[in-house]
Write a protein that binds this ligand. Structure first.
Ligand SMILES: [Zn+2]
Length: 194
């Protein structure tokens, strides 16, 4: 057993349907599931400069992401989206893609659940999440990875699956995965501190 997951709680139990899928504050995780048909109403393509794969995000998150990429670029750091909105069916394909003969579904899920969401449980289906540059843990130690860790929150993004929190999030550390949570909230926090 991986010690980072020691005392692991039970995931994918008592699953609730998400009732506010269009809210910027929507919670999608291993206990809260989006409908199979859910697609955000305001998906837009991220500017091509930061988006070689023609990916989509919800309007507000797309604007915040581009603002963040522009500032990073002015500081000599190149950011680009490598995954953003993913449909339920695409997530289903990603989740199952490594399943091989001879492995039971339970065994596959036990391993796969740490690095990939089951369909309906991925933040990428909300259109508010984005994977940036490089899907490797070593990304954390690159200039871009460090810049994001220090600055993404100013643009309304949080690092969703931090190191040391695996037993809470249920995911391995993902220094590349950011979730938009709204600048308005951060602004009001700033004001309350002033
Ligand atoms: Zn991701």
């Amino acid at each position: 057993m991986d010690e980072r997951f020691a005392g692991e709680k039970q995931y994918y139990v008592n699953i609730k349907k998400v009732l506010n899928p269009d809210s910027i504050y929507v919670l999608v995780d291993k206990f809260n599931q989006l409908d199979e048909e859910y697609v955000p109403f305001d998906l837009e393509m991220i500017h091509e400069k930061f988006n070689p794969m023609r990916l989509l995000m919800r309007r507000e998150a797309r604007i915040a992401f581009e603002d963040m990429c522009c500032l990073a670029e002015r500081q000599g750091i190149m950011l680009e989206a490598v995954s953003a909105f993913r449909s339920y069916s695409y997530q289903s394909m990603i989740y199952m893609k490594n399943w091989a003969e001879g492995i039971s579904l339970e065994e596959y899920q036990r391993i796969r659940d740490r690095v990939s969401a089951r369909p309906g449980h991925s933040e990428h289906q909300t259109g508010l999440a984005v994977d940036i540059n490089d899907l490797e843990e070593t990304f954390a130690d690159t200039q871009a990875g460090r810049w994001l860790a220090n600055n993404a929150h100013y643009f309304g993004f949080i690092l969703r699956y931090p190191k040391g929190k695996e037993s809470i999030t249920g995911y391995d550390y993902e220094p590349w995965h950011f979730r938009y949570l709204a600048k308005a909230w951060i602004k009001s926090l700033d004001q309350s501190l002033n």
